[in-house]
Design a protein. Structure first.
Length: 156
C-alpha cells in the first residue's frame, strides 16, 4: 500500500514541476487514498492548489498535513504565507512561530515574521525578526533589504 502511495506522490511531484498542476493534484489524491497519512502528498497538493488559486482547499490540505505530522514545517510555512497574504496576521505569526520551534534556523520563517510585523506597522519587532534572520544566515539578502526598508520607515 505504501509503495502505491509513494508512486503517486512521486508522479504528482514530477507533474507539478512540469507545470501540470491538475495532473499533479489527481496523483496526490491517489497517493492520499492509498495512504491517508501521506504528508508529503498533502503538503505538495496544498502548494499545487494554492498555485491554482484554490486557497481554501490549500489551507485544508496543509492543516491535514500538520495534523498528521506536527513537525511538518513546510506545511506550517505555507500556511503562514497564505494567512499573511490574506491579512490574517496573528494566524500567520502562529504558523511561522511553529516553523521556528521545529527548526530555529529556518531563515525564511524569521524573515516572513518580519514582513508580518511590517504589515502591522510593528516596526521594532520587524527589525528584531530581520536581525534574527541575519543571525541565522548572514548571507540572506532578502533580510538585509527588508531591514533596510523598515529602518528607512523608522527614519533611521
Amino acid at each position: 500500500m505504501a509503495n502505491k502511495a509513494d508512486y503517486y506522490s512521486n508522479m504528482g511531484s514530477f507533474k507539478q514541476v512540469r507545470g501540470d498542476l491538475k495532473g499533479a493534484i489527481v496523483d496526490y489524491k491517489k497517493a492520499i487514498k492509498a495512504n491517508p497519512k501521506e504528508r508529503e502528498a498533502l503538503t505538495n497538493m496544498g502548494i499545487a492548489l494554492y498555485s491554482q488559486g484554490k486557497i481554501s482547499e490549500a489551507i485544508k490540505a496543509f492543516q491535514k498535513a500538520v495534523k498528521i505530522d506536527p513537525g511538518n514545517m513546510n506545511a506550517y510555512y505555507n500556511l503562514g504565507q497564505i494567512f499573511k497574504s490574506r491579512g490574517e496576521y496573528q494566524c500567520a505569526l502562529d504558523a511561522f512561530d511553529k516553523v521556528i520551534v521545529i527548526n530555529p534556523n529556518y531563515v525564511q520563517a524569521h524573515n516572513a515574521r518580519g514582513l508580518v510585523f511590517v504589515a502591522q506597522k510593528r516596526f521594532d519587532e520587524a527589525v528584531e525578526a530581520f536581525k534574527k534572520a541575519l543571525t541565522v544566515n548572514p548571507k540572506f539578502v532578502a533580510a538585509y533589504i527588508n531591514l533596510r526598508d523598515v529602518l528607512k520607515k523608522q527614519g533611521k
